[in-house]
Ligand binder design. Structure first.
Ligand code: MG
Length: 245
């Protein structure tokens, strides 16, 4: 009993003493002046594209290929790229990890189909984690398969879809998952999505790959390309840019 009391007194003394040393008394003690954030400006004449952004789609598809590495064959007209059904998914030539991705998409001008069969595409971060693209304007489907969902993992907080014929914007802030040397995941990916200015995913944990059938998988990987989905619908894209974080 006496021993326990002495140990308690010892810890109390150490704790009190350490707090008296660490707790700052001057506001400058907690100011970090060792570095500065980089200055990045936007050019309002260029769609507010940050100066250090990498353009992935403006007036050509040079940054995109088929899955086998051959040139992408989707339709490109006046800076607008449209899925060519049957051509398959396309991937970016570059690989990415943590990033801020901006893209603009438009559902097909002629409305046809229902649910997942209407204006379906998707943007896959690191070719594995799909943020759903879907014409959800007056079109019901399952909760976790809506536009702006992390497909089959996290429904969107809101339905922010534009009307048919109008453009949608996605701004996606993505933190990639981490794996150790043995391939075990040490931290999950995280994703924030802003759809037409509305936060629809708020720092959502990515449980693993976004599977059509089955549960999320977690196989180790490093940086990987973006992938756009050919779901046989005439979804269009423009003005895609990315910033590495
Ligand atoms: Mg999709």
């Amino acid at each position: 009993m006496v021993r326990c009391f002495l140990i308690f007194c010892l810890f109390w003394t150490i704790n009190t003493y350490s707090q008296s040393i660490i707790e700052p008394t001057d506001p400058r003690h907690t100011e970090d002046w060792s570095r500065k954030p980089l200055v990045v400006v936007s050019d309002p004449l260029k769609w507010d594209i940050p100066a250090d952004a990498l353009m992935l789609l403006d007036d050509n598809m040079e940054q995109w290929t088929k899955l086998d590495g051959s040139p992408a064959q989707w339709i490109m007209e006046n800076g607008i790229m449209t899925v060519k059904p049957g051509e398959g998914n396309i991937v970016s030539k570059s690989a990415f990890g943590d990033c801020h991705l901006h893209l603009e998409w438009r559902s097909p001008l002629i409305v046809k189909g229902n649910g997942q069969g209407r204006g379906n595409s998707g943007i896959f971060l690191q070719s594995r984690y799909e943020v759903q693209i879907l014409d959800n304007y007056n079109n019901d489907t399952y909760y976790n398969g809506q536009a702006s969902s992390l497909y089959k993992q996290s429904p969107p907080l809101f339905n922010a879809c534009s009307k048919v014929g109008e453009w949608n914007t996605y701004d996606i802030i993505f933190k990639a998952p981490r794996f150790d040397l043995f391939g075990k995941k040490t931290s999950s990916g995280m994703i924030t999505v802003i759809h037409n200015g509305i936060v629809t995913q708020n720092n959502t944990e990515i449980m693993g790959t976004t599977e059509y059938i089955g549960f999320p998988k977690n196989f180790p990987h490093g940086g990987a390309p973006l992938m756009l989905q050919d779901h046989s619908d005439l979804v269009s894209f423009r003005n895609i840019w990315i910033r590495r974080l």
